[in-house]
Write a new protein. Sequence first.
Length: 117
Amino acid sequence: MEKKLICVICPQSCDLVLSADGAGDVAVSGNRCPRGSVYAENEYRAPKRMITTTVRIEGARIALLPVTCTGPVPKERLRDCLDLLYKLTVKSPIKMGDVIAQDILGTGIDVIAARSL
Ligand code: SF4
């Protein structure tokens, strides 16, 4: 099996090719540094994504609070995490870094405010 990827770790955007054999061993080419092979292998074995979105906020001068997360969540849980966050409404005041959703969906990752409002 061969899979083409673009490394998103830095602006070089290397074109990666990951080859996997039936035994689960992988080889990566096209990377200009070791971080590319780690990225490709993680994408193959357990892809993860950062959550960056907004949640509704009451009592602030704008209606949406930008949020981010303390680490990436499994890609297959991202949609469920976003659906949960879209249903949330928080109340002002919120400080940057405040936890908006602790251990979201049991992923061990907290969703936190990306700014104060
Ligand atoms: S492989 Fe290394 S140099 Fe290339 S995009 Fe990824 S991090 Fe950057």
